[in-house]
Design a protein around this ligand. Sequence first.
Ligand code: ACO
Length: 351
Amino acid sequence: MIRSKIAGIGMYVPEKVVSNHELTKYMDTSDEWIQERTGIKERRYAHRTKETTTTMAAEASKIAIERAGLIPSDIDFIVFATLSPDYYFPGCGVLLQRALGMKTIGALDVRNQCSGFVYALSVADQYIKTGMYKNVLVVGSEKHSFALDFSTRGRNVSVIFGDGAGAVVLQPAEEEEGRGILSTHLHSDGTEAEILAMYNPGTHANYWVKDRTLANFNEAEIGEMFISHEMIDKAQIFPYMDGPAVFKIAVEKFPEVILEALHANGYQPADLKLLIPHQANLRISQFVQKKLGLRDDQVFNNIQYYGNTTAASVPIALCEAYEKGILKEKDLVCLAAFGSGFTWASALLHW
Ligand code: ACO
């Protein structure tokens, strides 16, 4: 049986480090509040004009491709996860194909926010297992800093997010190698889609949000145009999050989807070498760790230094764990994510 293994991994974060203290220049917040509620000490922000979601993805991809012993023209397919694309359309996949001078291979964009990378990995895994492709590039990249409300009004969201990119190259592995993805598990429930969302610009014409009570929005004023001066003037173009509601669902779905992956393969939490959770919020990761009875050394967290990088957070964390020498070949690793949609997902693999 053919499995897919991670043959190369890379990450890129912008040089600019933004501390919590620096954010206090723009909004009423404090280092203490941010660290206590989210665990975040600092995050990276992309260069405003020279770095985009695609340029960061390209840097991470170059490292992943080189570590796989390949060159860009060896890649057969791209799966690109992001919620902050360079353009509304076309997607970032084609821009990455162009940036790296790859062949005219297929390029697929995945729109699953925080679960995006795990979803993208699952898609790539199917292509490898069916024998359709041999070298699939899977990327998660985000430039959040360009689309956050840096006034006090947006502080509950803005302090959480950071920029960066992570990438892996998936290749076929024979079962005897003892490496590769054992299974992936994908879920969605759109019932509460508006709890964590960016409504504008969009085509909803107020349809979906009209029955919601949203702190930042007056229902009569949104959605009549794809984008309007009014939306901009009233700051209705920024992400909305009901933080406490997200927390409640996240701490239920994370453990559920991690256990689903473990049990599907006959494992228990104690068997895990490392859990790489989407870096949503340190409090969420700690809650999940406690619920699953995992030791500190079984859970990898780096949100303290990068903030929440959405689709990039899992590959960045996995890459750091690899670069720090924490992961040894064949170690049992679980990747897990939960995010806007809601969507949640996991992947269990032997490194
Ligand atoms: N600095 C200072 N005060 C703030 C800030 C801030 N950055 N943000 C909000 N506050 C204030 C609020 O205005 C509010 O003040 P009030 O009581 O006077 O009205 C108070 O803090 C509490 O506001 P809540 O939004 O209820 O804040 P909460 O204590 O729940 O913390 C947080 C907010 C950290 C987002 C929390 O809800 C949480 O952990 N949510 C989980 C969701 C999450 O982490 N999402 C990450 C992205 S989504 C994902 O990746 C899946």
